[in-house]
Design a protein around this ligand. Structure first.
Ligand code: IPD
Ligand code: CA
Ligand code: CA
Length: 281
């Protein structure tokens, strides 16, 4: 009898804890959306001025003062509002994060910096808020088109507050696939995907391309060289619409290292894997 009462109390305690977590994460998502829009405004202001462009790992890997400004902005906001959270941002703060315990914001302050510098469009702010290694909140903001994709675990994904539908059945011959055309040089089997699909696109901003998969605008996005901050926000969105994302070998993603990626509508994902692994053209 005593055991049953204790067990019931434990269940209620767990339910109260979960309800509390849900409210907390709802509030964190609202903050993340507010800060992201504010950072988008900052980026637009900076675009009217001149800013420094530098290279990082190679001559096509660009970073600007604006990327750094956005990361510093998030660091300041998170430290003030949520001092227990950690930031893993592309422009330096990642160096302090070696595991995903607790609450970690995985941030790409500007995803698509080459587009930002050369085209002044098709770049995004991307953030995935992870709790003990699990994605809870997803944010991908296309600054120039004012499109804010966001999600909360178990509560669905939205585009500018309009609910995104769960992904529906599709086949490769009616699918639009996105990847950097350079990847054809890395794996010629991708030619089979090109031939069988309805068409291909290449936007040059991984986070945006994963968000487009979540919104059903694309049916798959493939890459051979991404970092956790390219994927985290879009991955959280995808979970909420029934999308599938693994590395190119079909393995679970690791958000602590560089990786390959297939992010797709689940039916198209299965076909892509099948076509890649079939020995005919
Ligand atoms: C890059 C973009 C690009 C992808 C690269 C990323 P960055 O991010 O997402 O589309 O092909 O692998 O590094 O450097 O502009 O944040
Ligand atoms: Ca990026
Ligand atoms: Ca970036």
């Amino acid at each position: 009898m005593v055991y049953v009462r204790k067990h019931t109390e434990d269940i209620f305690e767990e339910m109260r804890r979960m309800a509390g977590n849900e409210r907390d994460f709802q509030m964190i998502k609202e903050k993340a959306e507010e800060w992201t829009r504010e950072a988008g405004g900052y980026i637009k202001e900076q675009m009217k001025l001149t800013f420094k462009v530098n290279t990082k790992s190679h001559q096509h890997d660009l970073v600007t003062d604006v990327d750094k400004g956005v990361e510093a902005f998030f660091q300041e906001k998170i430290d003030k509002e949520f001092p227990g959270h950690r930031l893993m941002g592309e422009e330096g703060s990642f160096e302090n994060v070696k595991d995903l315990s607790g609450t970690v914001w995985i941030l790409d302050p500007i995803d698509g910096t080459v587009n930002f510098v050369h085209q002044e469009s098709y770049f995004a702010i991307s953030a995935g808020v992870f709790h003990n290694g699990e994605p809870v909140i997803g944010i991908v903001y296309d600054v120039m088109h004012d499109e804010l994709f966001s999600s909360l675990k178990g509560k669905g994904a939205e585009l500018n507050n309009r609910r995104l539908s769960p992904l529906s059945e599709n086949s490769l011959n009616e699918a639009i696939i996105s990847f950097n055309t350079g990847w054809l040089l890395k794996d010629r089997r991708l030619e089979r995907i090109v031939k069988r699909s309805r068409g291909t696109r290449s936007y040059g901003a991984a986070a945006l391309e994963i968000a487009y998969v979540a919104a059903g605008r694309l049916d798959a996005y493939i890459s051979f060289n991404l970092a956790p901050w390219d994927i985290a926000g879009g991955y959280a969105l995808l979970q909420e619409v029934g999308g599938k994302a693994t590395n190119y070998d079909g393995k679970t993603l690791n958000f602590l290292e560089k990786t390959t990626l297939i992010a797709a509508n689940p039916w198209v994902y299965d076909e892509i894997i099948e076509v890649l692994n079939t020995n005919t053209n």
